[in-house]
Design a protein around this ligand. Sequence first.
Ligand code: I3P
Length: 451
Amino acid sequence: MPKEREKRRKASKEAGLSGAGISDGFVKERRTSRRASELRDELCQVKEVKLSEFNTTQVQTSMMEALRVPQVTITPDGGCAREIQQEDWADVEGSLRRKLSNSSISSTGSSIMLEESEDDILSDNETKSKGNITLEHLCEDTSESKPWWKIKTIVNWPFVSPQRRNLSWVQLAGHKGNFKAGGEGTILKKFSENEKLCFERLQGDVLQDFVPGYYGVVERDGDPFLHMTDLLVNFDRPSVMDCKMGVRTYLEEEVVRARERPKLRRDLFDKMLEVDSEAPSPQEHLQRAVTKPRYMQWRETLSSTHTLGFRIEGIKKADGTCHTDFKKTRSKEDITQIFRDFATNNTNILNSYLSKLAKIQQALMSSEFFKRHEVIGSSLLFIHDHTDRAEVWLIDFGKTTALPEGQTLDHSIPWQEGNREDGYMWGLDNLMRTLGSLTNKGTSEGSNECL
Ligand code: I3P
């Protein structure tokens, strides 16, 4: 499409100005950063984990406990930030309404963009260190009983400028605060050497058509970013779903590292507790911390990652509502229902998604890149809008790692430590069967049972 080509050309030109960064919004960023920091201090308290308090025996016991995956029961979630008061709401309501109604949404990776960006004013480090300020629920999260305003902050809202477009987004999954607005039709994602290498290796691979356009590394405010296509730019009030692929969401090296140098994390323990107060073992309760592989394995078993080889991470619907609480969504029936709702039971959209997935499957089968990489934590991003246009993209390669020379993966056989299998193809197959069961195409393909 000429229009798209023109956008890419512009983006490439901009990327060529690497080092100079992207000047758009710099002044505003500085101003808003200060305000953000004030609000952040008001809203959040950093909880410190005194790991030094744990002795070696406790750590070893924790590692042993990590091998056990407890039975999960459902408990209500808790919020972390202070509750936003009525006056806060009045301040931002206008901005939010504008955002949701315009919904000029853009994304790459597992983020979804509305109009003005909190990430324009918050770095990932800021969000991580304070733990509470994220962009995740700028639109209404209707899950469970948590009002969205209770969970997340509103730091950017007072600074919304109606003139600026495509600069704000809601991140459904992954690390918060990883994105900034790029030039027209593009966004900036926090630099990851691993992801950069993947984008470079994907150039010329058959998968290139199914991943965001990549325009190199640019600098903003002294930090490097990956410059890439805004996947949502050509949609009108799109609905977006992020599905994390594979039977495993942590790298083998993370397991090895945790075994050799166990690091106990209070934040992951807290997240576990929020979902199920009985999930941590007595030892973990005592320590008030868990290792990352232990947390990740628990998350996988709780969701459909283990049983289906993919899980739903987040959904943003056309009406602006966000749904990110799929941690306990595991059964095929539940997932099917969620897909049906997401696509508003529209057969055109479902068929379109299915045919995109079939093309992706074909490309994956012949991709040299795919053959030689352990693909962990990567997602398929589903996007459609009221015109029935529907696309699926492969995103998030921060944990996709090249195999040693000569080694290849099957992507379907079960994982055993050492074989580095990720179950991506198995998950894709199950995903296609799930979608297929909603259309007249899926049911004829032999067994409808997930593998
Ligand atoms: C997070 C999620 C991320 C992971 C992050 C987890 O859990 O699994 O994928 O980052 O680890 O906390 P949740 O979805 O329950 O919030 P990576 O994929 O980069 O490992 P982190 O806390 O170490 O960033």
